[in-house]
Write a protein that binds this ligand. Structure first.
Ligand SMILES: [Zn+2]
Length: 137
């Protein structure tokens, strides 16, 4: 099945996407933009006064659903994370998935926490309660 990988450039920042129907996707992006939907891409546009989005086609080829997401992720990986407007990954490898599910020990409170929820753990009460700060006398 044919699919597109596209990018949206907003100032120095970039959003990467994939779709089967580029026309529909473009109008969907522009519709969501007007609703000022709470999302990294649209929020950035709102803050920068951007009122319409153009999709630049990077690839148009035969892809199955998995290949399409892999290809999208390939382009996402090329972009400096500070300039990336995607919030989520399009595709993660089994190795990545394993890594995220791995339990690590929190260096502050000593709890065993899965890597993918570690950021959330740091703002949890459990962490804050056990987070003993050692002051040098
Ligand atoms: Zn902790």
């Amino acid at each position: 099945m044919k699919g597109y990988i596209y990018e949206i450039n907003v100032n120095e920042c970039t959003y990467i996407g994939s779709t089967r129907n580029i026309k529909k996707r473009k109008s969907a992006h522009n519709c969501l933009l007007k609703k000022n939907y709470c999302n990294k891409l649209y929020n950035y546009c709102y803050l920068n006064g951007i009122e319409s989005l153009n999709l630049k086609i990077l690839e148009y080829d035969e892809f199955d659903n998995l290949e399409l997401r892999k290809r999208e992720q390939f382009y996402i990986n090329q972009i400096d994370s500070n300039k990336l407007l995607n919030k989520n990954k399009a595709y993660i490898t089994d190795a990545d998935r394993k890594l995220y599910k791995e339990t690590i020990i929190c260096p502050c409170c000593g709890s065993g926490i899965r890597r993918d929820v570690f950021a959330r753990h740091r703002s949890s009460n459990k962490h804050k309660k056990n987070n003993i700060v050692i002051y040098n006398a």
